[in-house]
Design a binder for this molecule. Structure first.
Ligand code: PEP
Ligand code: MG
Length: 321
């Protein structure tokens, strides 16, 4: 790792100078330090859940503001995508009332929970807006499954902005606001959603789970849970195409982002950035440097014509060798 740190440039490019951003996923201030040490080009996903977990009550606006500000300062002007809190499903809080659900992964989680707990959401958004003054922040909503949800979330954000205006509290008015594509409906409707958002980030962990109807935690069904599944890859490709048609950037921030064998495919699909655990950035930066974008077109066509996850995986692994 030390050798790679010394050897590699601070940005990531193919042999023929095509840039792809390699960003870090973080969950804490500590993680942000590690991301900076590993020369992340930015933070592609800040999971804010940790701020809410292990608490006895909702974290205050000021408490949250200090954390977001610290992360922005650590990243020294590099882009930091902060995801609004993705509570629910496997991440439950004792201090807010979530009715017991038979299928929590199909229930009140992510943006859905925020939209029905509007005061909690507003405190969160106000803290984010205020912190936006201290760096290059982008806001991102998780689990968007329809345009109405996206519009409602943006409407509440707008409300927070007006309140801050009235209180003479500064924030970045032109802050970019994007959404995760991690529910199949969002990928299928990505042509519609792209017109209403500033960027997409594909969350493959959930996108796979919801596409093939396999709980991402279920170890008995690992054979079905695969980023190489043609259905998953078609949704990623569709989302990337619709992002490009609408001139918005698209990234991938699930585990698949650092899957080496998928790299040529993601490059060919025109993915703008990949976000992963910080430790994976430098090895992948080295790998990117071994490819020529202009030679990747055929591999993408070959792969998309295959019929099973197994065939696709074998083909890509063979290609990598
Ligand atoms: C994802 O679903 O791919 C993702 C990045 O979000 P999380 O793993 O936090 O659900
Ligand atoms: Mg997710």
């Amino acid at each position: 790792q030390r050798e790679l740190l010394r050897m590699l440039p601070d940005v990531t490019a193919t042999k023929d100078s095509h840039h792809i951003g390699l960003y870090a996923n973080i969950g804490s201030i500590e993680d942000a330090k590690y991301a900076a040490e590993n020369k992340a080009e930015g933070i592609g996903l800040f999971r804010t859940e940790f701020i809410y977990l292990n608490q006895s009550e909702l974290p205050s606006e000021q408490y949250q503001y200090e954390i977001y500000k610290s992360v922005l300062k650590l990243m020294k002007g590099k882009e930091v995508v902060i995801r609004t809190v993705d509570i629910g499903a496997d991440k439950q809080l004792d201090y807010i009332d979530i009715p017991k659900e038979d299928n929590p992964f199909l229930g009140l989680r992510g943006i859905r929970l925020c939209l029905v707990n509007k005061e909690m959401f507003k405190t969160h958004l106000r803290a984010l807006l205020r912190a936006s003054m201290h760096g290059e922040m982008k806001i991102m909503y998780p689990m968007i499954s329809s345009l109405e949800e996206l519009q409602t979330a943006n409407y509440i954000l707008e409300e927070c902005m007006l309140e801050l205006d009235e209180e003479n509290i500064p924030y970045k008015r032109n802050i970019k606001v994007g959404m995760m594509v991690e529910v199949p409906s969002a990928a299928i409707n990505s042509d519609i959603l792209a017109k209403h958002t500033d960027f997409f980030s594909i969350g493959t962990n959930d996108l796979i789970q919801y596409t093939v109807a396999v709980d991402r935690m279920n170890e008995q069904l690992l054979n079905l849970y695969s980023p190489y599944d043609p259905a998953v890859l078609r949704l990623i490709k569709l989302t990337a195409e619709n992002a490009r048609k609408n001139n918005i950037p698209v990234s991938i921030c699930g585990e698949a982002a650092s899957e080496e064998a998928l790299l040529p495919l993601f490059l060919a699909m025109g993915i703008n950035s990949l976000s992963m655990s910080a430790g994976e950035i430098l090895p992948l930066r080295k790998k990117v440097g071994e490819f020529q974008l202009k030679l990747l077109k055929t591999i993408s066509e070959e792969v998309m014509a295959l019929e099973t996850a197994g065939e696709i995986k074998n083909h890509l692994k063979k290609y990598m060798r």
